[in-house]
Design a protein around this ligand. Structure first.
Ligand code: MN
Length: 132
């Protein structure tokens, strides 16, 4: 299963990629939103971990573009943010993201959120197949 990590900080990228690989997924990398959108359209990963603070296009804008595009809207997206401000979560959910993990990334929280979002995705596919 492919997980696209969008992160401009090389240290955070390395750490997050290692954690995703330890969890048993294939880690794809993008350091900015435009690259991420191009990879997402091409590869159609199961999940995107999207840093919110990015140079150029920010993560919320990228999230809205991906969720507004028929081709990529089914891809689950988890927002990664250093902001621990109250109300952020609501903002990300309103923008269409499926989950939220705050930085610094902790393995347990990341793994649990990834599992729960992918489980939700599996449930949706099964309901679609069952016609309900
Ligand atoms: Mn960043």
């Amino acid at each position: 299963m492919k997980v696209l990590i969008v992160e401009d900080n090389p240290i955070n990228m390395k750490l997050t990629s290692e954690l995703i690989k330890i969890a048993g997924y294939e880690a794809l990398q993008a350091a900015d939103a435009n690259t991420a959108i191009a990879i997402a359209r091409e590869v159609l990963p199961s999940l995107i971990l999207m840093d919110i603070q990015l140079p150029g296009m920010d993560g919320i804008t990228a999230l809205k573009l991906l969720k507004g595009d028929e081709k990529t809207r089914h891809i689950k997206i988890i927002a990664l943010t250093a902001f621990a401000m109250k109300g952020d979560r609501e903002q990300f959910i309103a923008a269409g993201c499926d989950g939220y993990v705050s930085k610094p990334i902790r393995y347990k929280e990341l793994f649990e959120t990834v599992e729960s979002v992918l489980m939700e995705s599996k449930g949706e596919h099964e309901r679609l197949r069952a016609g309900g």
